[in-house]
Design a protein around this ligand. Structure first.
Ligand code: CTP
Ligand code: CA
Length: 223
């Protein structure tokens, strides 16, 4: 879309984006993770760069190339991502949390490869820090945007997250709908804002969704 590219409305703004999955180690050869491809987060980073922002992309392990011009920090676990974000968020104006952060990590990580033994095997998990929620507590006048990938009760769940994490906007998508799931190049999203207003978007490329998010962020920042 010619009209969406080559704006420079983000010049002078600094945007921090998390993307991709995290990996939570079980032992030296195994981990717990999820299906996030990183495409949506990378699209947000790229769109912000095109519009003149300084972009820091904190990314879990994915198979796509980061947009050139971004400061890219590759992390693995949720704790790593949390530490990286918390040490740098202060210098940013806009925080967009697209990463699919693992909610739990192993209570203890085995130093050696776990050998196969009985018919059942149990891993104890403990809760990871919630990066978006922690940012919500300290964000001040920074604009905080989150994502909410749901399989049911989309609007209720998303609205609860928006409020509990003190976000300015949440991007909700139903991952069971064709064209909005993991790994695809399109998304079907709804934006819910702090004032309760919402915007329903049709199926779009992740690039176009990214630009629409950036449009809304600017209107929130000015409002
Ligand atoms: N998020 C985060 N850190 C976490 C978990 C989630 O920063 N440890 C962020 C995600 O990047 C996303 C938002 O919080 O922007 C919502 O993530 P989601 O997994 O949908 O929400 P949860 O609060 O973890 O709830 P649940 O997984 O139970 O639906
Ligand atoms: Ca979660």
């Amino acid at each position: 879309k010619g009209i969406l590219s080559k704006k420079s409305d983000y010049e002078g703004l600094r945007i921090l984006v998390t993307a991709g999955p995290t990996r939570e180690p079980i032992d030296p050869v195994r981990y717990i993770s999820n299906h996030s491809s990183g495409k949506m987060g990378y699209a947000v980073a790229k769109a912000a760069l095109e519009r003149g922002a300084f972009v820091k992309l904190v990314t879990g392990p994915v198979n796509i190339t980061p947009p050139s011009g971004a400061e890219v920090v590759c992390v693995t676990s949720a704790i790593d991502m949390y530490n990286e974000v918390m040490k740098s968020y202060e210098s940013f104006d806009v925080l967009v949390m697209v990463a699919a952060v693992a909610d739990y990590r192993c209570a203890s990580v085995s130093e050696s490869k776990i050998k196969k033994s009985g018919d059942r095997f149990t891993v104890e998990l403990v809760k990871n820090p919630d990066i978006a929620a922690e940012l919500g507590k300290v964000k001040g006048d920074r604009v905080l945007v989150g994502f909410s990938a749901e399989t049911d009760n989309l609007l209720e769940n998303a609205a609860l997250k928006l409020a509990s994490k003190n976000m300015d906007m949440i991007v909700a998508n139903d991952v069971t709908v064709e064209g909005a799931g993991f790994g695809v190049d399109t998304n079907i999203v709804k934006f819910i804002k702090r004032d309760g207003s919402s915007i329903d978007l049709p199926i779009m490329s992740k690039e176009d969704v990214a630009h629409r998010i950036l449009d809304e962020v600017l209107s929130i920042g000015k409002g």
